[in-house]
Design a protein around this ligand. Structure first.
Ligand SMILES: NC(=O)C1=CN([C@@H]2O[C@H](COP(=O)(O)OP(=O)(O)OC[C@H]3O[C@@H](n4cnc5c(N)ncnc54)[C@H](OP(=O)(O)O)[C@@H]3O)[C@@H](O)[C@H]2O)[C@@H](O)CC1
Ligand SMILES: Nc1ncnc2c1ncn2[C@@H]1O[C@H](COP(=O)(O)OP(=O)(O)O)[C@@H](O)[C@H]1O
Length: 462
């Protein structure tokens, strides 16, 4: 992100910051505020905000990480307002007794992991009972990727300026930010034209979801084929069909070894006793959930000329060159473990660098990739298309079979005519919202998530 001159923008940032700190304190007058002040503009923001709080009667002390390189004007302003300074060696009691700490060690100018002195302060801060407010972003996280190398500040609240940085939206860094509040300081004209990341909201998703019209019939609405399930995992087929039936396609066709289980639960399913190749026309295939070790249905689905979603076993069974050379689009929906296997790295490496992993998979497979997990990311094969980060979801979704529901749902949206990027985005959004409704603060099941999809759909579109 480009660095802008201080001045008016910095004053706006400081005003917003001071107002947010005042909101976070029971009262400003008499409260103890400690500033962690680095030598860049991020540190200067803390000094200007601290000056505003000092003028309202707070007792403000700035811990200067680099006393001789502190922003001189900002420091003068704090001192004139009655604030004081300290060095990092005096920080421990100040942090221990503060009501509120402003973290301005580094912002978007931070490079690599925190240096030793900053690491030490972040450690002291972790043991402090104070409310921690991060300035622009928690020091130590990587602003552009969401990675965290070493120690980072854990904030209760992050006040970010102008735009959300990717690190505030993607785990693991996201978890360090606490709640995030965006302050508009008039940066819009200077931001890059195409963002690195997009996060679709209710209205964006509503505009994508298919709606039947008077002309519609079940075939025109799209038929989604589900090649899933095995004698070992029949439930995966049932759950994928459950998701597909709620995804907007006019009909769901099933092929696989779980016909009885699928029909028992969903008699409306069209059954074909062949592989995808001879199953009859569909507008999209979902291949892989619970497929166990049979590569044939996956290969047959990939040989068709309609969009194919590959999930679970389908990811392992698919041939990469076949995916790359398909004319119709392919959507891959791995969780971190499956992504790791495809990339030949560890699950931990994927979880530590989700953005890199999802982009790399999209590049290697020349396909759209939805990477599931604590942060769901969706990357298109074109590297210039912004990656999408899903705004809904809940950790309660981490329950067996909920990914199968997602695959059916996304497949159904593909069959209804959405592009892989939009189908994946809309499915993740609906699924995340349905997960929240189904859980409502208590454990839930994949089946309940599927049942909550219509409520999520209604909420988005009405
Ligand atoms: N964009 C805008 O328009 C606006 C931006 N604004 C604000 O400016 C912030 C960006 O300020 P910035 O560019 O001065 O960089 P910043 O984050 O303070 O870091 C640089 C300092 O950190 C140090 N340092 C670096 N790495 C480190 C590490 N790993 N561990 C420890 N230290 C490390 C580095 O030291 P050096 O390498 O020089 O020794 C240097 O001193 C931005 O986040 C926002 O708050 C607002 O005022 C509103 C308008
Ligand atoms: N910690 C988490 N926070 C939010 N969502 C999660 C978390 N862990 C998993 N999920 C979501 O739960 C679903 C699990 O899918 P998956 O791992 O494929 O499970 P399964 O194979 O059992 O169906 C995905 O939609 C994923 O994004």
């Amino acid at each position: 992100m480009a660095r802008l001159p201080a001045g008016a923008l910095m004053q706006r940032a400081a005003a917003g910051l001071a107002a947010a700190c005042a909101d976070a304190l029971p009262r400003v007058y008499g409260s103890r505020v400690t500033l962690l002040t680095g030598s860049g503009d991020n540190g200067a923001d803390t000094l200007y905000a601290g000056a505003r709080l000092a003028r309202r009667g707070a007792s403000v002390t700035a811990v200067l990480l680099a006393p001789d390189r502190t922003h001189p004007e900002a420091l003068k302003t704090l001192l004139r307002a009655g604030g004081t300074t300290a060095t990092a060696t005096d920080a421990a009691p100040l942090l221990q007794h503060a009501d509120l700490v402003l973290d301005g060690i580094v912002g978007i100018g931070g490079k690599g992991g925190l240096r030793p002195e900053a690491t030490h302060l972040a450690g002291l801060l972790a043991a402090s009972p104070a409310t921690v407010v991060a300035v622009d972003l928690p020091s130590g996280i990587e602003p552009d990727t969401g990675e965290v190398h070493g120690t980072a500040v854990r904030a209760d609240l992050t006040i970010t300026f102008g735009t959300h940085k990717p690190g505030l939206l993607i785990d693991p860094a996201r978890a360090y930010a606490g709640s995030v509040r965006l302050i508009d300081i008039g940066l819009a004209a200077t931001l890059p034209h195409t963002p690195a990341l997009e996060s679709l909201q209710h209205a964006d998703i509503a505009a994508l979801l298919p709606r039947p019209t008077g002309e519609s019939d079940k075939y025109r609405r799209g038929v989604v084929g589900i090649a899933a399930g095995s004698t070992r995992y029949p439930g995966a087929a049932v759950l994928a069909v459950a998701g597909a039936l709620r995804g907007g396609a006019g009909a769901v066709r099933y092929v696989g070894a779980a016909t009885d289980a699928v029909l028992a639960r969903f008699p409306e399913t069209l059954i074909s006793h062949t592989g995808p190749k001879k199953a009859g026309r569909v507008q999209a295939w979902v291949a892989g959930p619970g497929a166990a070790d049979d590569p044939a249905p996956v290969a047959e689905a990939l040989a068709t000329d309609v969009p194919v979603l590959l999930d679970a076993d389908g990811l392992r069974l698919a041939d990469r060159d076949t995916v790359r050379t398909r004319k119709a689009p392919t959507l891959l929906t791995p969780h971190a473990g499956e992504a790791a296997a495809l990339l030949g790295i560890s699950r931990e490496e994927v979880e530590a660098a989700r953005l890199t992993a999802v982009r790399e998979l999209a590049r290697r497979y020349d396909a759209t990739v939805l990477l599931k997990g604590s942060t769901t990311l969706i990357a298109a094969p074109d590297p210039d298309t912004p990656v999408r980060v899903n705004a809904t979801g809940t950790p309660w979704l981490a329950t067996a079979g909920s990914g199968d529901v997602l695959s059916g749902l996304a497949g159904s949206l593909l069959a209804a005519g959405l592009s892989p990027l939009d189908a994946a985005s809309a499915a993740a959004y609906l699924h995340g919202l349905a997960g929240r409704y189904a859980a409502d603060g208590a454990p839930t099941s994949a089946h309940d998530v599927a049942e909550a999809i219509p409520r999520a759909w209604r909420d988005i579109t009405t």
